[in-house]
Design a protein around this ligand. Structure first.
Ligand code: CP
Length: 315
């Protein structure tokens, strides 16, 4: 694997999931693989899980790890080609990415969308500039439209906890107080479409995701109907794709509660975290045995380690 930016970079999905599960049992089996190799993790936005789990994964593989909080500690970055840099930006991404590529064998990048210009976000304008100019393999730590390390951890979690060969997995929209990116639900949908699961998406009218991520999936506006017999419910807020980046009024009743899960009391509830309690998900769910969110976050290490292992093997 050269780059890891989406499920399309994965040649064998089931093998990658099994690799993650194998590494969970044997975390230090490939300690020699990353010897004298360096990964630089570059964050243009905040992170807890992605930052710590990817560091842990790289350390398990014997790599050196450097972290740069570019939004807080780097020079103010210019992203526009041809810009006359006579205002606040200090360093162009052309130099910044190329220099980072001199110091690292693999670069991880987190770059959220602006949620103002859909074409710019969906062309991955910022992320792709790093890929273009850094000159070394890149792993996505979440881009404008996808979060593949999260999706792999989610799939590993489903594989581990499923109780029937082809589980029913439901992605349900949840309320939030802010406009959030579509990266997590886009990516989750894209991965579930390739996995051996019965996949359903449910959301209020107006929150349709881009078709390129959901093609062939059952989509319903009836949350109760979708939740029936679900083995896994993936809870996530996202802002509208059209009108782009907007929060539509109402829909507070979409918050998942134990009452809504009563028909399927074996249902496991997933969320990528961070979660706003009693807005997206009730306390009673998060504090119940139905919640697997901590287990899921733990699997971020094995997802990252499986990906980095394959990337190191391709260097
Ligand atoms: N789920 C996730 O990516 O968490 P962080 O934003 O804390 O990295």
């Amino acid at each position: 694997m050269k780059n890891f930016t989406s499920v399309h970079d994965v040649s064998n999905l089931q093998q990658l999931v099994q690799e993650g599960l194998h590494l969970k049992q044997n975390p230090y089996a490939y300690k020699q693989l990353g010897e004298n190799k360096t990964i630089a993790l570059v964050f243009l936005n905040p992170s807890l899980r992605t930052r710590m789990s990817t560091q842990k994964a790289a350390l398990n593989l014997g790599m050196n790890v450097m972290v740069l909080n570019m939004d807080k500690e780097g020079w103010a970055l210019e992203l526009q080609d041809g810009a006359i840099m006579n205002h606040t930006s200090v360093e162009h991404v052309k130099e910044a990415a190329a220099v980072l590529g001199q110091y690292a064998d693999i670069i991880g990048i987190r770059s959220f969308p602006g949620l103002k210009n859909r074409d710019e976000d969906y062309s991955e304008a910022v992320f792709n500039k790093f890929v273009k100019y850094c000159g070394v393999p890149v792993v996505s730590l979440e881009s404008a439209t996808r979060h593949p390390l999260q999706s792999l951890a989610d799939l590993i979690t489903i594989e581990e906890l499923k109780t029937r060969p082809r589980p029913k997995v439901v992605l349900t929209w949840a309320p939030h107080v802010k406009a959030l990116p579509q990266a997590v639900p886009n990516s989750f949908a894209e991965w579930m479409c390739q996995a051996d699961v019965d996949f359903v998406i449910t959301h209020p009218k107006g929150y349709e995701l881009a078709e390129e991520f959901t093609k062939g999936t059952t989509i319903t506006y009836n949350q109760d109907e979708a939740l029936a017999d679900a083995d896994f419910v993936y809870v996530k807020n996202w802002s509208a794709y059209e009108p782009y980046g907007k929060v539509l009024p109402g829909n507070e009743e979409w918050m998942l509660t134990l009452e809504k899960l009563k028909a399927g009391n074996q249902t496991k509830v997933m969320h990528c975290l961070p979660v706003r309690r009693n807005v997206e998900l009730s306390d009673e769910i998060l504090d119940s045995d139905s919640s697997v969110v901590i287990h899921e976050a733990g699997n971020r290490v094995w997802a990252a380690q499986a990906v980095l292992k394959q990337m190191l093997e391709s260097l």
